[in-house]
Every structure is written in structure tokens, then in C-alpha cells.
Design a protein around this ligand. Structure first.
Ligand code: FMN
Length: 366
């Protein structure tokens, strides 16, 4: 299941080298699970294409003394405007799982968002990377169960919560179906074991195969407003693509939104996140925390997302690739490469700080 960690002189030297080594080394099942998108993969590839088609017009001869990539976000200082996106089952990629990723995050002073579907216990991950105090929740079928999961995270020392709202059901995952992906017996969502999944009752009057089974267990805005009111920690909503949904999140007191299409793993044909971002920022205003993820593969992509109004970004598959290739060393190296590339992009485009990254420097060719 895991790759042997190479010596550091055998590590890939570039981000693209990590992505190709990871793709080549993964089992077909892991490749289908971690790298593919839902359906035809159209949204997953649109996320990347949107960045590749963006143009950055650099500014010259500005004063770059005292520059840094630092940002403030929800009362925390981040050394760079990116976090590790929550993704499930790190132990599929490496035996040390989420603990390895958290160790690498700690080494690079970057924060990891831990997925509710972590394959390692919360406490072990927290102690491997105490600086990573962000946790991602799923709706667990009822207000009480979801609140209990949030409380479990807060009790373990997490201070920032993200509720993922874009996956009421799993997307149509053709690649996983074709590869017959299933979890091996020694990998599971260990932190969710004590929560019983919502009971589905079969109904005589069923009109629909899927709707009738799950609709009653799914949240609406009123449930999220209730959850936000009961929690003593900031909650962000992840998976927003429509400006009206962002405005609704702002109205009910969400601490921010994450413009995301789940890396193209849910609704194939959803827009790329980069194309959705500007209208959302315009709707909620420049001060509301809007984060984004999907398709970020290089440091310059972070600059592009910030120019379009994101306060920070989350990064998923590049981290999975680092973990697959070389465990914590690989994740640490990928984080470092991303940060170095961002700094270089800022210097080359005349931006000493993230505040200097201006909207009119980026042109989207969508
Ligand atoms: C294999 C995999 C598992 C994921 N699991 C979760 C999850 O448990 N919770 C969640 O909110 N998002 C999950 N995501 C979505 C990521 O948080 C993020 O939105 C996405 O990976 C960003 O796109 P990128 O991979 O292009 O960077 C997952 C993504 C991948 C690739």
C-alpha cells in the first residue's frame, strides 16, 4: 500500500515531477480514487484548465523590500495563504496516513484541514501536528449527530470548523466503478465509527429510488443556521458555487465560504471554481472571508486566486501526490515548493505582500 520513502536526493525536484511519479506509482484503484473526477472528469479538468488559461501581467520596479507571503485569516496568522484541503483516507497512500501529513504541515508551518473521514484517530493527528487546528465536518443525518461530531473536534483542540455542503450524495464516479475501488479492511473513517449512519426505511409510497431514501437526512439552510448558533467556533461552508448561496451563508453567520466543487468529484459539469470566484466575491464584498480550492497545481495559481479575491486557497491532490511518493518528506517538500513558487511569482510580478496582488493583473481567458 505504501511507497518506500526515498533518500532526499532521490526525491522529485519539481511539482510536476511529484504528480507524474505519484500517478505512475499508484495502484489503478488509488489512481481512480485520488486523481480522477466524477463522470467524464469535465469539471475536474476545467478547474486546472482555468488556471492554465489565466494570464498574469507583471508589474516592474516596485519596492519589494520587507515582502512576505503572510496573511491573517479568521484571527490566525498564516505564513502563506494556503492550507491543505481536507481529503479522506490518507492511509490508502501511506501507512502513517494523516499523521504523516500533519507532521509535514507542522514542519512547514502550514495548516492542514483534517477530514471527518480521516483514517487516523483525531488525537493522534492533533499530536503529530498541533498547529493544524482546522477540522472538516460532514452533515451526519441529523442536527444532534452533526453537532456531536463538531463537539468531538472542539474537544480534541480544533478551533476552526468547515462544513462540507456540496456532497449530499456521492457523485457518479465512473473511474472508481471501473477500477472496482473499495476500501481495504484496515482503512476506514475511524472517527465516525461511533456515529450510526442515518437509518433508511423503505417506504410503500416511494416515488424515487434515491430521493426518498436520503432527502429526510439532508440539511437545509435552517439546519445550518441552527448549527452555527449552537457552536462556539467559526464555521465555514465548503462547496459554494452560486453567489446567492454565498450571500445566504453570510446572512446566517457563517465565518466564510469556500468556493469549491469538491475537486470535480461531485457534480460533473459544475463550473470551474476559478470562474465562479469573481461573482461570489462581488456579491459578499471584499471583507468577507472567501476561500477557494480546485485545480491549484503551482504557486502562481495561488497568486491568481488571490488576485480574483480569494483570501486563501486549499490544496488537495498535490498533497496526496507528495504523500504517495514519499510520506511526510514528500508532503513537506510539496508544501515548500508551492510556497517557494508563490514567492517567486510575487517577486516576478512586483508584489511584496499579498495586498499588492491586484485584480487587474490577472486576465481570465474562459
Ligand atoms: C481523494 C479525495 C478525497 C476527498 N475527501 C474530501 C473529504 O473528505 N471532505 C471534503 O470536504 N472534501 C474532500 N475532498 C475535496 C477536497 O477537499 C478539495 O475540495 C479538492 O481536492 C480540491 O481540489 P484539488 O484536488 O484540485 O486541489 C476530497 C478530494 C479528493 C481528491
Amino acid at each position: 500500500m505504501s511507497f518506500t520513502a526515498p533518500d532526499s536526493d532521490q526525491l522529485p525536484r519539481t511539482l510536476n515531477d511529484y504528480y507524474s511519479r505519484a500517478r505512475a506509482g499508484m495502484s489503478p484503484r488509488n489512481r481512480a480514487y485520488f486523481l480522477a473526477g466524477a463522470g467524464d472528469g469535465q469539471t475536474a479538468s476545467a478547474n486546472e484548465t482555468a488556471f492554465q488559461q489565466a494570464e498574469v501581467t507583471p508589474r516592474m520596479l516596485r519596492d519589494l523590500r520587507g515582502g512576505s507571503t503572510e496573511v491573517s485569516l479568521l484571527g490566525q496568522k498564516l505564513v502563506a495563504p494556503f492550507l491543505i484541503a481536507p481529503f479522506a483516507y490518507h492511509r490508502l497512500l501511506h501507512d502513517a496516513g494523516e499523521s504523516a501529513t500533519a507532521r509535514a504541515a507542522e514542519a512547514q508551518s502550514i495548516k492542514m484541514v483534517l477530514s471527518a473521514q480521516s483514517s487516523e484517530p483525531l488525537d493522534r493527528v492533533r499530536s503529530s501536528g498541533p498547529g493544524s487546528d482546522w477540522f472538516q465536518l460532514h452533515w451526519l443525518g441529523s442536527r444532534e449527530a452533526t453537532q456531536a461530531l463538531a463537539q468531538m473536534a472542539l474537544d480534541a483542540g480544533f478551533t476552526r470548523l468547515i462544513l462540507t455542503i456540496d456532497a449530499p450524495v456521492q457523485g457518479v464516479r465512473d473511474r472508481e466503478i471501473e477500477a472496482q475501488f473499495q476500501l481495504p479492511p484496515d482503512v476506514s473513517a475511524v472517527n465516525l465509527a461511533r456515529f450510526t449512519p442515518p437509518a433508511f426505511t423503505s417506504r410503500e409510497d416511494a416515488q424515487s429510488i434515491i430521493f426518498d431514501h436520503i432527502a429526510e437526512t439532508l440539511p437545509t439552510w435552517a439546519d445550518i443556521a441552527w448549527l452555527i448558533e449552537t457552536l462556539e467556533a467559526p464555521l465555514l461552508l465548503k462547496g459554494v458555487l452560486h453567489p446567492e448561496d454565498a450571500a445566504q451563508a453570510q446572512r446566517i453567520g457563517a465565518a466564510g465560504v469556500i468556493v469549491s466543487n469538491h475537486g470535480g468529484r461531485v457534480l460533473d459539469r459544475a463550473p470551474s471554481t476559478l470562474s465562479a470566484l469573481p461573482a461570489i466575491v462581488a456579491k459578499v464584498g471584499p471583507d468577507y472571508p472567501v476561500l477557494m480550492d480546485g485545480g491549484i497545481r503551482r504557486g502562481v495559481d495561488i497568486l491568481i486566486a488571490l488576485a480574483l479575491g480569494a483570501k486563501a486557497v486549499l490544496i488537495g491532490r498535490p498533497i496526496a501526490c507528495g504523500l504517495a511518493v514519499a510520506g511526510d518528506l514528500g508532503v513537506s517538500h510539496v508544501l515548500r515548493l508551492l510556497r517557494d513558487e508563490l514567492e517567486i511569482a510575487m517577486l516576478l510580478s512586483g508584489c511584496a505582500t499579498v495586498q499588492d496582488i491586484e485584480r487587474d493583473m490577472v486576465h481570465l481567458k474562459l
